[in-house]
Design a protein around this ligand. Structure first.
Ligand code: ZN
Length: 251
């Protein structure tokens, strides 16, 4: 058995946060399948052009915020992996901030799609907390403007119609190339850049482990497929990684 402790890259998608009560907007049962118009709320063109879209978007964020989501066993398993000393990085498609809230150091988490925990003025670029903006919404400002310049406020997420941050993407690609194990958790691996990162890892010799209830296009490339619920499967997988036992039970 290989006793070397490998760099583990963990790509996480919406599936890891559904147990925290955060809806999977993109998934098969997601809001954007049921109500395609809702996609306008997170598409940059309509968001900037239409105050009514922004008002609906703030209301949606209020509802998501009201869930009061806390990290679940899946998030906490990754904290355990980090604390075990195994070199690891989390690449997340999620904007909910739960990896950081769970206790992972900031440098260990790459937020590919940005964060919904912060907002930014599109004019003067000043950033502030989402909580503060939502407090203003709750107090009656249905489309709160930048306090400094009056510009439009937007979440610090990558919206539809926008490019991903090139620096974040470049770092994610380096991690995918360097890792010896690439774990894809709760993602359908259908959206760029998630799919490309999994492929890059495999091309560079990584073992691919997919933890997802539904099939993904990358299942044929995977060394192991885990279909169990994430909050149970991830703690078990982390125990095996920490034990250096990456081959036991492999598909
Ligand atoms: Zn401003």
């Amino acid at each position: 058995m290989n006793a070397k402790r490998p760099l583990v890259a963990v790509l996480t998608g919406a599936g890891i946060s559904t147990d925290s009560g955060i809806p999977d907007y993109r998934g098969p049962q997601g809001l954007w399948q049921r109500d395609p118009a809702a996609q306008d709320l997170v598409t940059i063109g309509p968001y900037l052009a239409d105050p009514d879209v922004r008002r609906r978007s703030w209301r949606m964020r209020q509802e998501v915020g009201a869930v009061g989501a806390e990290p679940n066993a899946g998030h906490l398993a990754l904290v355990e992996l980090e604390r075990s000393g195994v070199p690891m990085r989390v690449l997340t498609q999620n904007v909910d901030g739960l990896h950081r809230r769970s206790g992972l150091p900031e440098r260990k988490v790459l937020e590919l799609h940005g964060t919904a925990q912060r907002v930014q003025c599109v004019r003067c670029r000043v950033r502030s907390d989402m909580d503060e903006a939502l407090t203003r919404v709750a107090a009656g400002e249905d489309d709160p403007a930048c306090r400094a310049c009056g510009g439009i406020l937007r979440p610090c997420t990558v919206m539809f119609g926008e490019a991903l941050d090139a620096t974040v993407l470049g770092t994610a690609a380096s991690v995918a190339r360097a890792c010896e194990v690439f774990v894809a958790v709760g993602t359908l691996l259908q959206v760029h850049p998630a799919a490309g990162l999994a492929e890059l890892a495999v091309q560079n010799g990584a073992r691919l482990i997919i933890v997802n209830a539904e099939p993904t296009p990358y299942d044929p490339l995977a060394d192991e497929l885990i279909r169990e619920p994430i909050s149970a499967a991830l703690p078990a997988l982390v125990r095996r990684i920490v034990a250096g036992d990456l081959t036991a039970g492999a598909a």
